[in-house]
Every structure is written in structure tokens, then in C-alpha cells.
Write a protein that binds this ligand. Sequence first.
Ligand code: SAM
Length: 342
Amino acid sequence: MSAPRLPPLPVIRDILKLYNLSAIKRLSQNFLLDQNITNKIVAKAGKISGAEVLEVGPGPGGLTQSILRQVPERLIVVEKDKRFKPTLEMLADSFGAINGKMDIMYDDILKTNMESLFSLEKKRNWNDKPPDIFVIGNLPFNLATHLIIKWLHAISEQRGLWAFGRTKMTLTFQKEVAERLVAQPLENQRCRLSVMAQTWTFPVLRFIIPGKAFVPKPDVDVGVVSFTPLVKPRTQHDFKFFEMITRHVFSFRQKYSVRCIETLFPKELRKDLGLMMYKLADLDPTLRPTQLTIEDINRLATAYKYLLEKHPELKLYNYRSSRHLLPLNDTKNVVVQDCAEM
Ligand code: SAM
């Protein structure tokens, strides 16, 4: 039996005119009016027919229309700007006409309680294939990086949308950010974001949307990236701890990575403990940050953890503060002795 067809939907450009909807810069509003492009984003998201879908920031509803045409079992949209109420309600009514269910939430996605959004029967075990739940969004640029880091953290703890299993996401980012998310070792764009995204998910840059496809046109092009959470993350370390190590690893991109790792320690101990970390991790200290694989960074994290266990006072050192709380001379003697014993 073929899927029910939606009644004809209005053209988004007409909707913008009819409701006098202009883009608000503060909310990073750049609308996609070309249905070929919005259809392509939805096609890359996976088989959404019969699934539950969350769309972040539907705005006037261009991408929403493409999602509805695939007839998901249920669509939930989360939009901060209430000006889109009439157009979103019209879409919900059209979908209702073919017995579809579209729920509209006027909320900040950063504050939305994700765990209560979906039906429990969609839940899958983490090791199973991903659940029939999809996240799709043409995200505001000013929110995209913040949101993906927040969601990677949730993935690492299998909470929120990821309490339902390995929920897939298909999201837009400004092109440079999209390229960073998928950059491999030795590539120019490799950075903390690449490592964090690839430690917990398999990110794929699907295609680039030229800036001119948006209204108003942003200064940059846009990349569509899909993320599938990994069954087995590439580290067993806690997200915040691993992120902190990765942040240090990329603190000076052009220098030997040991110089970056040294910043974990107070000045007086830096050289010794930096080298000790590389010895423990069995790594060449002259490797540059972009040459390190996730497994290398993971070994450095394990080495640091080992040092913290042996010398918990090292935890008190805060690289960014000018004052530190360590009884440095004592620590130096003990730690350097350890180093010599290795
Ligand atoms: N999806 C529409 C499209 O493709 O044309 C609009 C995309 S526009 C880049 C981003 C949308 O996200 C806007 O509608 C904006 O109001 C909404 N938005 C911005 N910040 C938000 C937040 N914190 N929570 C939910 N929606 C937000």
C-alpha cells in the first residue's frame, strides 16, 4: 500500500511574504527555500518513513515540509521564535489531514528535556542497530558547535535522546566547522572538535550547500553532516576529562605535541612530566598535534590519569591561573624520582 499523500503545501517564499516574516540576525535565521536541497537533507538522514523525528529550529517550515512528505510516524519540532506559529500550525493541520502527528514546541533546544520527547517503544539497546528516531536540523550557526558538543556529551553517557539507543543526527554547520568535524589525522582542519566528534560517533560530511541557497545569504557555505553514535566509543575515559586532555593537545597547533601536554603541569615540572607522559603512552614527543590519532590521545589521557592517581596534588594545578596551590618543591622531587625509575 502506498504512503498517504500530503495535500499541496504553500510555497515558503509566499509564507514569508504573507506573514511578513523577516530573518532575525540574533537567532541566526537563514532560511532554506529550495525544496530540492531540503529534500536532499532529508534523504541523507535515512529512512524516516514511519519513524519519530525531531526537527530543531523549523523556522517557516521549508525543511519541515520535506520531512512531512516522507510521512514519519510523528514529527516534533522545537522552535524558539513564536512568530512561526501560524505557518507551523498550518503544516501540523495538513499532516493531521492524513492522520499524521506533528507536535510543535516553542522552546530553546538547549533547555528542552529530550528524554520525554519520544515513545518508549522506540527504545533499542545500545548494541542494536539505531532506533527509528532521527534528529534533523538546519541549525542556527551561533548554536551549532555548542549544541553538538552538548549532544556528544549526552551520547557518551547514553542519556537524553541517546537513552533510546544510538539515535542518528543529520545537521548543518558552517562549512569550515563541518570540515573540522570529519577531519582525519594529518589534515589541516584537524582539531579538538574532530577528535571529540570521532571518539563517540561516525560523522560523515554529506554535501555542501552554497551560501546563496539561503535567505538571507550568509557569508559562508554550509555543510550537512550526519552522525551515527559508535557502539564502542574510542575511549573509556569520561567525556570532560578526555575533552580537557584534547584541548591541551591542540593548544599550540604548530609545535611538538609534548609542548602542549606540558601545559597540564606547573612550570617547574613541565619538562619532566611532559616527557614522562609520552614514555608512559609509548609515543614520540615530536609528533605534532594534528598527527596524533584518537588512540594516541587516549593513551595520553590514560598516562595523565596514572600520574594523577600517583600524585593527586597535580589535579590542583590550573594552567590558566597564575597562582597555584601546589607545594611544588615536594611534588617535583617525588615525581622526578618516579620518572627516573621508569
Ligand atoms: N529550518 C529552517 C530552514 O531551514 O529554513 C530555519 C533554519 S534557521 C538557520 C534556524 C532556526 O532555528 C530559526 O528558525 C531560529 O528561530 C531557530 N532557533 C534559533 N535558536 C534556537 C534555539 N535555541 N532553540 C530552538 N530553535 C532555535
